[in-house]
Design a protein around this ligand. Structure first.
Ligand code: HEM
Length: 450
């Protein structure tokens, strides 16, 4: 048996309080991929970052590393029972939801999604004309929200209601940060963010329950493939009687996992393009050539290889799912380190994706590293969507949606960052930039034939 690298309390806490996402990545890199034990006082999780160890925890020994323990408590306050849990509850939910997120099914929704995204992007023209910078994170959330509600609620939700839902989820995603960092603090003790989190949760319920009631009254509808119909039918039976709480938990879980992750990933992109003008120029050139005046349609997405590489690289350096916590069920061993039952294990794609042992120039944004299929890379050196049985259900949705959003925006505007600065990722449900990104939209002039 070997010992993990132990980081003492007086070194761990100040680093994690200052800039936790970046510091975890540094700790993993300093340990050269070895297991690190973090002394956080009342509890001492293991930071696991070597791809072999990631594979063991998420895939080969996944049933010994469950999504239990204090890290999951704050998330489940919002999402309740279902897909983000474990055991039978999770397995049966995954069976219900999986058919709604296959590549083929997503492709069938792509035209509708493209319309929804294009429509929302058009609204930015007002800002462009007025020369008013937009808030990057806010606008990415609004665009993604518009696309996602189509998938989740079909035509059952009004524009106004959908727009009220997005900021409530964004509030939950940000105010959960303290609880995620200090999960051992009991709920009887109020911490920063608690009040706003609970208020947003109440507001979400006040929007979601009436939608469920309405869908139940209208009938889930044979052949209707939106999420709310599928979940209602399987949870409440054909007669529509049954537990609405579970339907609520399913919808809230799916909304929470689908919007914030995608919106925050896309927010980082604008900071990256500012820092790497050559990448930005090449991306504009490709989109200009393939999409031209637009609007962007799903068939364009298959002809934008550089955009796909940019997105892959974006998810390497800024994986929104920055932390994947697990709890060991039985005693085991990872990389020669004994892990006792009940121990907390933290996997961080953000950390593994930046390990110099597995990535050349790890901190450089270089989409070309994705040119051609690399067979040299360890399969578990890159896992922005997780791995194993709990791997992300929304990967196909992201693959359809993200190119439509980016190509839609860049075929219309140059997005100029007006307040460049070093961005710090803050931990919330996703890693989001701490600072606001203000973007000026410069309409792209094309020479149209007269
Ligand atoms: C950039 C976008 C996204 C990223 C980076 C991301 C990341 C992740 C990661 C790392 C996991 C693994 C969690 C774990 O093992 O505990 C996960 C799971 C999950 N994701 Fe995503 N996700 C993204 C988009 C989406 C979207 C669009 C959806 C909507 C359908 C979604 C739905 C889910 C669900 C339901 C799970 C849990 C699956 C299970 O436990 O069976 N995600 N995601």
């Amino acid at each position: 048996m070997t010992s993990p690298k132990v980081l003492p309390f007086h070194k761990t806490i100040p680093r994690l309080v200052k800039d936790p996402v970046t510091e975890l990545a540094r700790m993993g890199a300093e340990a050269g991929g070895r297991i690190v034990r973090l002394n956080l006082g009342p509890f001492r999780p293991y930071l696991v970052s070597h791809p072999d160890h990631v594979q063991q925890v998420l895939k080969t020994e996944w049933s010994n590393f469950l999504r239990e323990g204090m890290f999951w408590r704050p998330v489940r306050r919002l999402t309740g029972q279902g897909i983000l849990r474990e055991g039978e509850d999770w397995a049966s939910t995954r069976k219900i939801l999986q058919p709604l997120f296959t590549a083929r099914y997503m492709a069938s929704l792509a035209e509708d999604m493209a319309d929804a995204i294009a429509e929302r992007i058009l609204e930015l023209d007002d800002h462009a004309r007025a020369g008013r910078p937009i808030d990057g994170a806010g606008q990415m959330t609004a665009i993604v929200n518009q696309a996602v509600v189509k998938v989740l609620f079909g035509g059952r939700i009004s524009r106004d209601t959908a727009e009220r839902l997005a900021p409530e989820f964004a509030t939950c995603a940000t105010t959960i940060g303290f609880r995620l960092l200090f999960p051992f603090v009991p709920y009887s003790v109020k911490v920063p963010g608690d009040r706003a989190f609970l208020r947003a949760m109440k507001n979400i319920d006040e929007i979601v329950y009436p939608l469920i009631e309405q869908a139940r009254r209208e009938g889930a509808g044979i052949g209707k493939m939106d999420l709310i119909s599928a979940v209602l039918t399987s949870r409440t039976g054909q007669d529509g009687k049954g537990d609405l709480r579970q339907v609520r938990d399913d919808l809230v879980s799916m909304y929470a996992t689908s919007t914030e992750t995608t919106a925050m990933s896309l927010t980082w992109l604008w900071a990256v393009l500012h820092e790497y003008p050559a990448v930005s120029a090449r991306l504009h050139e490709e989109i200009d050539r393939v999409v031209g005046d637009g609007p962007v349609r799903p068939e364009h997405a298959t002809r934008l290889p550089y955009l796909h590489m940019v997105l892959q690289e974006l998810l390497r350096l800024y994986p929104a799912g920055w932390i994947i916590p697990r709890q060991a069920v039985a005693d085991t061993e990872i990389g020669g380190v004994r892990i006792k039952s009940g121990s907390q294990v933290l996997i961080s794609p953000y950390t593994t994706h930046r390990l110099p042992e597995f990535w050349d120039r790890p901190l450089e944004f270089d989409p070309d590293r994705w040119a051609g299929e690399s067979t040299r890379r360890h399969r578990y050196a890159y896992f922005p969507f997780g791995a194993g049985p709990h791997s992300c259900l929304g990967q196909n949705l992201f693959n359809v949606e993200a190119p439509l959003v980016v190509a839609g925006l860049l075929s219309r505007y140059r997005l100029v960052l007006t307040n460049p600065q070093r961005l710090i990722p803050v931990p919330g449900a996703s890693a989001r930039p701490k600072q606001q990104l203000l973007l000026r939209l410069m309409p792209i002039e094309r020479n149209r034939p007269t």
